[in-house]
Design a protein around this ligand. Structure first.
Ligand code: 4H7
Length: 228
């Protein structure tokens, strides 16, 4: 999987991707993360990427020319999708993440200030995706969420130990509680069943815990699970 991120702040993307599991995946060639800075495509000596809005109002609008030229400089694979991270997008969830993981390349567009000149959308026609109903100062965090969530769906990214773990949503339920040493901490004991080595009993306990906490914390998910 190739991720190409259009951003005015490439270090934000590079930094997050240079740690832990994403770093390991990039080093082993399973993913590659590349940034493209629209500022490098400006045509004036001040490298201006934004300007005041026609019609008036506060803030600045990202200009079409640097973004469209930056976009057109990106080499496109055959099986590629272009995504704009925006509060107006389709909500990101596990199903959408799985769908995105089927592509060979995801080109991402990160906005700032008041957002994009509408002609950027008219010309590029990206799929708009939102990570939730709240506003951020820029699209980089949502782009990183997408890179992270998609990467861990790709064969070979997670190690054996991480993959064996049944994560939330893979079965439609939230994760069961986890414990590690010591057996007792501030008077709180690890549930006895986890210490007895009976794997059938442990699996049953964990499933029951998963169901119970999903029912309490996310009744909307629990209803979907029950009707599966
Ligand atoms: C595109 C258009 C995504 C991107 C406008 C991006 C939330 C999400 C952005 C804007 C994002 C999300 C720029 C509009 C900053 C608001 C103050 C970047 N925010 N912004 N303005 N929910 N912001 O996924």
């Amino acid at each position: 999987m190739k991720f190409d991120v259009m951003t005015l702040f490439p270090e934000m993307i590079e930094s997050y991707c240079s740690y832990s599991i994403l770093k390991r995946a990039a080093d082993s060639g399973i993913i590659s993360v590349n940034t493209i800075n629209p500022r490098d495509f400006t045509e004036d000596k001040h490298k201006k990427v934004d300007d005041t809005p026609y019609g008036g109002g506060a803030g600045m609008v990202l200009m079409a020319q640097p973004y469209v030229d930056a976009y057109e400089s990106i080499e496109r694979e055959q099986n590629s999708i272009t995504v704009m991270l925006s509060p107006q997008g389709e909500p990101l969830n596990d199903k959408l993440v799985n769908d995105l993981a089927k592509y060979d390349q995801i080109v991402m567009m990160c906005g700032h200030y008041e957002g994009f000149d509408e002609r950027i959308r008219d010309i590029i026609k990206p799929k708009e995706i939102s990570i939730g109903d709240f506003v951020l100062t820029g699209g980089e965090l949502p782009a990183l969420c997408l890179i992270d969530a998609v990467s861990r769906k790709i064969e070979g990214t997670l190690g054996k130990i991480e993959s064996a773990d049944e994560d939330s949503f893979s079965n439609g339920l939230l994760e069961y509680p986890h414990y590690t040493k010591p057996r007792e901490y501030r008077g709180l004991k690890v549930p006895e069943v986890l210490l007895n080595g009976n794997h059938k009993e442990i699996a049953a306990f964990r499933l029951q815990q998963s169901k119970e906490r999903t029912r309490l914390k996310r009744p909307d998910l629990y209803e979907k699970y029950e009707n599966m």
